[in-house]
Design a protein around this ligand. Structure first.
Ligand SMILES: N[C@@H](CCC(=O)N[C@@H](CS)C(=O)NCC(=O)O)C(=O)O
Length: 208
């Protein structure tokens, strides 16, 4: 298949709408002014109906010409190679952007997702809370000193970090004004607003 195609589910329940990770790829394409199509696989049967494309039965995944990629982080880095809007081209800016992109996944989301999962199951103050608190406090310190994570401007690292932090129960875990302002700044960008609205519209259309 030629061109850039983002794959997501054909439908999801209301709860995850606006948070399904195809949004990360939509947002990146909008920031980079890349044209893209969105295609779907059935939500019903998702555990096994697309294992050849995504070995964990999840979304999103991406086709770009002959390149097929799963994992939203890998998809973002693939897109970032296409546009300086997402990834600075100077070695220091690029290294710092990569560093914070990995930090979003491996130092923050690695803690937030398991914590959120336990919280959602009714265990709000769970064994992971001190770990989460410590990670978010460190990030708050960084964000109170700078507007964006790398290269003195918005990059793919901010796109990912802001998306990781968007989950309101995670942000409500403590009072961290710099982090709150950072997420607001990132999600106020026209590219985020469009990607978010498009995802909501996509799943709403499937209700009918
Ligand atoms: N590490 C994966 C996680 C993907 C993921 O959690 N996808 C969710 C939607 S946002 C999903 O497909 N959930 C359905 C399931 O796990 O059955 C990535 O970032 O792409």
């Amino acid at each position: 298949m030629s061109g850039l195609t983002i794959w997501t589910y054909d439908w999801v329940p209301e709860g995850p709408r606006g948070f399904v990770r195809d949004l990360r790829l939509r947002w990146a394409c909008e920031e980079a002014c890349l044209g893209y199509a969105v295609r779907t696989i059935p939500f019903d049967g998702r555990a096994t109906n697309h294992l050849a494309q995504q070995p964990f039965g999840q979304v999103p995944f991406l086709n770009d010409g002959g390149v097929d990629i799963f994992e939203s982080g890998a998809g973002l880095l693939h897109l970032a190679r296409k546009s300086e809007n997402l990834m600075p081209r100077d070695p220091v800016g690029e290294a710092h952007t990569l560093q914070w992109t990995i930090a979003a996944l491996n130092s923050i989301e690695m803690v937030t997702v398991p914590w959120w999962f336990l919280n959602m199951r009714g265990d709000g103050d769970n064994a992971l809370s001190p770990w989460l608190s410590q990670r978010l406090d460190h990030l708050e310190r960084v964000l109170s000193q700078q507007e964006w994570l790398a290269a003195g401007r918005f990059t793919v690292a901010d796109l990912l970090m802001a998306d990781v932090l968007r989950v309101s129960t995670v942000r409500a875990f403590g009072n961290r004004p710099a982090t709150e302002a950072y997420v607001a700044r990132a999600t106020d960008r026209p590219s985020f607003r469009k990607a978010h609205a498009d995802q909501i519209a996509h799943f709403e259309a499937a209700d009918h």
